[in-house]
Design a protein around this ligand. Structure first.
Ligand code: FAD
Ligand code: DLZ
Length: 515
């Protein structure tokens, strides 16, 4: 298409994706509100590439609508396409083409998408299109792909801890000159307290749905009623202002205990001292660095101990940036990895919570109700069970991508394929996070009310995690035997009597047969 007379010279079409809801997003930086046109679109392709949790779709659509409104109020010309627009083409590239028919532009500008799938779709589209596409680096991340590449180059093994130290130095967060605050980089050893009775647990702030959100909730109910998840009550923040309020609430009320109880689980307590901010950070309502600076300030003002502030900041400038680096360095192909050759279908109770294992039932039912579970539930309950049971990691990946409000492939896939399923063979982490019921019993109160007995190792009454743990190690021995962090476990197994070993394997088989 050639530019027509009514095209302001050099006008750009700025595409803003549903997880790029920030006024500082790269695509807006050099844009001109008087000349350029912003496109935001609710499309079937993005809403349907996995069957997202209803709350996740509602959160994004409502946050997108509020962001478009805020941009308009700032003076931007915003073209917003609703999902139920009868002319909606169903795809982002289709919507770019449709807008260009009525609004000729000289170029299309987009900030790099967080998923390889969408980046490739844009690149393919640009090859066929008669218009330049500028895909800009996503400056919300501290570490560019090039920077991660420089760090990773030549290293035999990539390990988060060393990457994290570089990010501390580069941001200056919790640094005392060239030294880490408190003389140590990492206070993780202080962050493993089990939850105790009598703790006062703050709830994340609940934002009441306004008219825009109510309209979106009706749309989601009508169009995605069959998807997993409870839609109402809906309490997520959908604006930057409300997300900032959630950050303040976290920094004031939960952060002081965040470190101590980071790995704990308590029946009926869905959030403990976690921030419940990931969906806001990932969608652009909060900037990762501003969140870290707020937490750093809480430490310097004496409102939070160092183990809490350091532990939290490590999750964001360490883990969050590190997993993104791993994702882009290993795509395409990373989501298809299956080092342990696991093939079992995902058990039905991942969708229904209908299981007698109290810890799994709690994690799945709160996932269904809130589109949220905290890290240890994701890693050591649902993730651990799937790996021990030998579930196909791709099916596990698709489940996680669908059910959490914060899930985008760049962050979900390395956490699932790498950290939780060890399907990447150790690219991301140094050992499989495999654990028996003992771990869950130590860190939670779930076992006390469970129909299984965590102290029984085998037999009908035994906690299924117990025999599955050994079955997992035995089944994968050829692949895991040389892992130094598993040497002790294998020698414990080797010291067991033959009949005892057989009891474990028979019990595990019975659990697997029941799945
Ligand atoms: P907090 O416990 O309060 O942590 C603070 C922040 O640190 C989080 O908001 C998040 O931004 C960041 N963070 C913490 N751990 C990680 C991590 N391992 N990787 C990246 N960022 C981290 N996180 C997602 O954002 N999206 C996902 O789809 C996702 N899938 C996961 C799947 C599995 C199997 C596992 C083990 C972890 C996954 N995580 C994911 C990481 C982590 O569990 C969530 O970020 C966290 O539970 C979100 O809750 P929160 O905001 O209360 O986090
Ligand atoms: C997750 C999501 C959903 C459900 N819907 C939309 C949408 O309709 N329009 C849009 O621009 N973005 C949506 N998203 C977020 C995209 O899927 C996300 O930008 C990519 O997965 C890249 O991270």
């Amino acid at each position: 298409m050639t530019a027509s007379d009514d095209q302001p010279a050099g006008r750009s079409l700025i595409l803003i994706l549903g997880d790029q809801l920030s006024r500082n997003i790269a695509a807006l930086k050099d844009a001109d509100p008087d000349r350029d046109i912003v496109l935001m679109a609710e499309v079937a392709e993005e809403a349907g590439y996995v069957r997202h949790h209803k709350k996740k779709i509602a959160f994004l659509f409502s946050a997108m609508r509020h962001f478009a409104k805020a941009l308009k109020e700032d003076g931007w010309q915003v073209h917003y396409v609703r999902l139920d627009d009868p002319d909606n083409t169903g795809s982002l590239t289709g919507e770019i083409d449709r807008l260009r028919e009525t609004h000729p532009v000289a170029r299309v500008v987009v900030t790099e998408p967080g998923e390889y799938r969408l980046k490739s779709a844009f690149e393919d589209w640009a090859e066929a299109a008669d218009i330049p596409l500028d895909m800009l680096q996503d400056s919300r991340f501290l570490c560019s792909h090039e920077r991660f590449g420089e760090w990773a180059e030549g290293r035999k093994q990539l390990r988060m801890e060393y990457f994290y130290r570089e990010m501390r130095r580069e941001t200056g967060l919790l640094m005392d000159g060239d030294e880490p605050e408190g003389g140590q980089w990492n206070f993780d050893h202080e962050n493993r307290k089990p939850a105790e009775d009598g703790l006062t647990l703050p709830e994340p702030p609940e934002t009441s749905p306004d008219e825009i959100t109510e309209e979106v909730l009706d749309l989601v109910e009508a169009q995605f009623g069959g998807n997993f998840g409870t839609l109402r009550p809906f309490w997520f923040a959908v604006t930057r202002e409300d997300a900032l309020a959630a950050l303040e609430r976290f920094a004031g009320e939960a952060l002081p205990n965040f470190g101590d109880y980071q790995d704990a689980m308590l029946e009926g307590e869905k959030f403990l001292y976690h921030s419940v901010l990931s969906q806001y950070i990932n969608a652009g309502l909060l900037e990762p660095l501003e969140v870290c600076r707020r937490v750093e300030r809480a430490y310097y003002e004496g409102d939070a101990p160092l183990n809490a502030a350091e532990g939290f900041i490590r999750q964001i400038i360490g883990w969050r940036e590190y997993v993104r680096g791993i994702y882009w360095r290993n795509m395409p192909g990373y989501t298809g990895k299956n080092f342990l050759e696991a093939t079992r279908p995902l058990p039905g109770f991942y969708w229904t919570a209908d299981t007698d294992m109290a810890c799994v039932a709690a994690a799945v039912s709160q996932t269904r109700d809130e589109a949220y579970a905290h890290h240890i539930q994701r890693l050591m309950v649902t993730g651990n069970f799937a790996m021990l049971a030998g579930v196909d990691p791709h099916q596990v990946h698709e489940w996680y991508l669908a059910v959490y409000a914060d899930a985008y492939e760049w962050v979900e896939a390395p956490n699932v394929i790498g950290m939780s399923q060890y399907a990447d063979g150790g690219l991301l982490g140094s050992k499989p996070y495999a654990a028996s019921g003992n771990y869950i019993n130590k860190m939670s109160d779930h076992c006390a009310g469970c129909r299984y007995s965590v102290t029984k190792k085998t037999g009908e009454e035994a906690c299924p995690f117990n025999p599955l743990y050994w079955d997992f190690l035995v089944r994968n021995r050829d692949k895991l035997r040389n892992n130094p962090r598993l040497k002790r476990a294998y020698s414990t197994w080797d010291r067991m009597s033959g009949p005892r070993q057989q009891e474990y394997l028979d019990s595990a088989q019975k659990v697997l047969d029941r799945l």
